[in-house]
Ligand binder design. Structure first.
Ligand code: SAH
Length: 264
């Protein structure tokens, strides 16, 4: 058992779903760090990096329950059972998830399982991948007068199934679209959004491994997104950001060029 002071909000037999952020350990909240240090067992995803796990007190049980598409992993029901069983044994349980647990994090299933077993469960939010990616790009996800709306969408489909998304609603020129789990579906995302009326030259940013030392970022346009996703990205987690706000720096840069030309 960890002898790190847990605080009154983390008694034995309780569960915290903790956001580990996008990867950089400095992007953890102070609360997340305290909970990780105080935990007696940590169930973590594949996307949680070693530097974050290193915060756990020696002797804390670290259990990898990660899910990465295409690789074998525990199913959600087994994860729910593991968490509940550990709490019922009197452990201080941290369920550590990449980014924010409440964004494409299957938090509700785990909360429901805990509550059904009478186990106290709470959420500690984390920095979501879209925020980290925008920060790395030096861009704002919203842009006065141009991107008044921010949509988080997952482009993950079950094997062999088409994406079940409302493309008409997503093809909104006044929005920024943050596409999680979108790398494999880049072709479909690009084709469907253009077919639904979004301009082919809509700016797109791709950020892989946002906030990590091996981060890579690319700027392109919607019609060229499939090519960029295919040729430029490796096998790390990647986020697609689509919308006029993603061209902001470029607009500023080309405006600066014009000014320079005018002055010279
Ligand atoms: N709960 C997480 C999202 C989990 S879904 C969050 O709030 O960020 C997993 C997807 O998140 C990945 O397929 C990828 O699209 C995105 N993602 C997670 N970490 C990322 C990172 N460091 N860089 C880029 N995208 C990331």
């Amino acid at each position: 058992m960890s002898d790190f002071p847990a605080g009154p909000d983390f008694p034995p037999g309780s569960v915290w779903l903790v956001g580990a952020g996008p990867g950089d350990p400095e992007l953890l909240t102070r609360k997340a760090e305290r909970l990780i240090r105080a935990a007696s067992v940590v169930f973590h995803d594949a996307l949680v990096g070693p530097e974050v796990l290193d915060l756990a007190t020696p002797g804390t049980r670290l259990v990898h329950v990660g899910k990465r598409s295409g690789r074998h992993s525990k199913d959600q029901a087994s994860i729910d059972k593991l968490i509940v069983a550990a709490a019922l044994e009197g452990e201080r349980v941290v369920r550590l998830k990449g980014g924010d647990p409440a964004i494409f994090g299957r938090a509700t299933e785990e909360i429901d399982a805990c509550r059904a077993a009478g186990v106290a469960v709470r959420i500690c939010p984390g920095v979501t991948a879209a925020s980290a990616a925008a920060a790395s790009l030096g861009l704002s996800l919203t842009l006065r007068g141009m991107a008044r709306k921010l949509t988080f969408v997952t482009a993950h489909a079950r094997a062999g199934e088409a994406l079940d998304l409302d493309w008409q609603a997503l093809a909104d020129p006044t929005a920024t679209l943050a596409v999680y789990m979108g790398k494999a579906a880049a072709n479909e995302v690009s084709a469907q959004l253009i077919a639904a009326g979004l301009s082919a030259d809509t700016p797109v940013a791709l950020v892989e491994n946002a906030s990590l030392p091996n981060e890579r970022q690319f700027r392109t346009r919607l019609d060229l997104l499939p090519l960029a996703a295919r040729t430029a990205l490796g096998d790390g987690p990647a986020l697609l950001l689509i919308g006029k706000a993603m061209g902001a720096g470029l607009l500023a840069a080309s405006a600066a060029e014009h000014v320079r030309e005018a002055v010279c």
